[in-house]
Ligand binder design. Sequence first.
Ligand code: NDP
Length: 250
Amino acid sequence: MNLFDLKGKAALVTGGNGGIGLGMARGLAAAGARVAIAGRDAKKNAAAAQELGNAVHLECDLKDAAACRAMVEETAKRLGRLDILVNNAGINIRKTPQEYSIDEWREVLDTNLTSAFVAAQAAYPHMKRAGAGKIVNIGSMMSIFGAAFVAPYGASKGGIVQLTRALACAWARDRIQVNAVLPGWIDTALTKRARQDVAGLNERVLARTPAGRWGEPEDLAGIAVFLSSKASDFITGTAIPVDGGYSSSG
Ligand code: NDP
């Protein structure tokens, strides 16, 4: 199916060394793309890169805007081009709103939202020059719903959707499509911690998810390939849930 063929394309996945990012990176690599992954943990980066077949791996703290720009430039240099950017890296700090320090607020916003903007800005000239590009931003169910323990996380994930729409409008005529993916509850390091911290979460997720199970990182591979391929060339500015029906269920 050459509609989904990514041979000859170069992709950068932030937070691609584990969880959802690695699930998407596996999908992109299987569709033929050359992949670069970025994260803070050099060991995790090296292991994931090896699994992906000697992918480029970059050690980078995305809270630092200069490092974030350098990550994009280094990817374009090492892969010779940049066609696909997946802004996936993200963290959560769970507290009631009144408990957050301003530094904790900034840590979540800088990691989850500002880094996506900065990386997209840095990727733009490469995609514009190539005459096409794909940007995939990772939102959350917290892009749609509220919860008591996610004030900065929810703000960052709501912001991701609006950032996606703004970039989509601005760059559509450059043939750069920008879309968001809203994962439901996916079994990763991030949610393993949540399951430990929040009593009853596991049962609530299973009860509300029509598919009756947690998602796996591999469940995100298909949407990553679709939104990175020419199959989605007339789709831009959308926010697509990949959630086993969670957001459709009352
Ligand atoms: P993981 O904790 O498994 O992975 C997070 C990834 O982000 C890691 O690769 C981590 O690498 C990287 N990362 C975190 N902070 C930074 C930073 N400052 N600089 C560079 N890299 C960083 O989480 P998930 O796979 O679950 O989450 C991935 C994305 O999906 C996030 O945006 C999350 O909000 C979103 N999401 C997850 C859901 C779920 O149910 N799991 C549901 C909805 C959305 P390293 O530690 O090496 O820096």
